[in-house]
Write a protein that binds this ligand. Structure first.
Ligand SMILES: CC(C)(COP(=O)(O)OP(=O)(O)OC[C@H]1O[C@@H](n2cnc3c(N)ncnc32)[C@H](O)[C@@H]1OP(=O)(O)O)[C@@H](O)C(=O)NCCC(=O)NCCS
Length: 103
């Protein structure tokens, strides 16, 4: 196994798509597998969940590599804490703008 992730979602919702955890085995890191998995996940959501507007995840505040990884892939910091961790999101449609889900 190269890596592992879970997608927690509510089919038919527009914003309830959460990605965690997301791991690439240490011996396979920095080979593009993580980026390829994220792009494939987003492609899958666009094709199979037409209502889905964005996907979200959290990153431990001290995980600089994780933050760099996600921001490189187009995720932006929502400046919202979820279970005490910074929340990042990536819009799947209409550019990479926030969709106003913060409530
Ligand atoms: C973060 C993680 C998922 C990245 O997976 P990966 O397959 O190694 O990432 P990729 O090779 O696809 O990297 C894509 C880009 O992300 C960035 N990146 C990835 N790992 C990085 C690191 N350790 N430090 C800095 N930037 C990093 C780079 O810009 C990289 O592009 P480059 O290699 O051309 O410079 C992986 O290191 C991991 O599983 N870490 C432990 C768990 C974790 O932190 N998960 C994410 C938070 S929940």
């Amino acid at each position: 196994m190269v890596g592992f992730f879970n997608l927690h979602d509510t089919p038919g919702s527009t914003e309830d798509y959460w990605l965690f955890p997301f791991f690439i085995d240490k011996s396979y890191q920095r080979n593009g597998f993580g980026a390829a998995a994220i792009e494939e996940l987003c492609r899958h959501l666009k094709e199979n969940q037409p209502d889905c507007q964005l996907t979200r995840l959290t990153v431990h505040p001290e995980n600089d590599a994780g933050v760099k990884f996600y921001t490189t892939l187009g995720f932006t910091d929502d400046h919202v804490l979820t279970y005490g961790e910074p929340t990042f999101s990536r819009c799947l449609r209409g550019g990479n703008q926030q969709q106003g889900y913060r409530s």
